[in-house]
Design a protein around this ligand. Structure first.
Ligand code: MG
Length: 177
């Protein structure tokens, strides 16, 4: 049930993603990543050193990265420039356009691209519709925009439905195993 919303994997944070294995085992080359509550706290201005290290590790492993975000372009631009990765923020997820533009920027095939984000109804739904590999992360903080706040209640219901039935597990260790 709700298959179109279900991520391939649900992890605690981006740090649970074993980038080396993601590349070698899953043959992933491109990463479309969300900004707010995935890389930085919603509304936050600081980027954690751990995030910088994670991005650098991904680059070292020759992953191509692109931030695809629904937040204001200026805000996305600031973080993208700081991390030195491209970004796209003109159209809203879960529409196809932002993901297709992300793919265009990355120049990767759908099957070699992952979408990483903290929202089922934007990041995961959009990624799944295009048959990209989707990774759901727990939001960095529990605060969100008003629009997101309402969606969160539905997310909670769906997540608990999957978790109770073991249709999904929260990966606290490294993934892929
Ligand atoms: Mg987000």
């Amino acid at each position: 049930m709700f298959e179109i919303f279900k991520p391939k994997v649900y992890v605690n944070s981006i740090y649970n993603i074993d980038l080396k294995k993601l590349k070698e085992k899953q043959r992933i080359k491109g990463i479309i990543i969300d900004l707010d509550n995935t890389l930085v706290a919603w509304g936050g201005n600081k980027i954690d050193q751990k995030v910088i290290n994670w991005v650098n590790e991904a680059k070292k492993l020759e992953f191509k990265l692109c931030i695809v975000s629904n937040t204001k372009s200026k805000r996305v631009e600031k973080f993208a420039k700081f991390l030195n990765i491209p970004y796209y923020s003109k159209f809203f997820k879960p529409c196809n356009t932002p993901f297709l533009n992300g793919l265009k920027i990355l120049k990767t095939e759908k099957k070699e691209t992952v979408v990483i984000g903290d929202q089922i109804f934007t990041d995961i739904w959009g990624g799944n519709r295009l048959k990209l590999t989707t990774i759901l992360v727990k939001p960095i903080i529990n605060r969100d925009s008003i629009g997101t706040f309402f969606k969160r209640n539905f997310e909670r219901i769906i997540l608990s439905y999957w978790l109770k039935r073991n249709l999904i597990n929260l990966e606290n260790g490294d993934w892929p195993k």
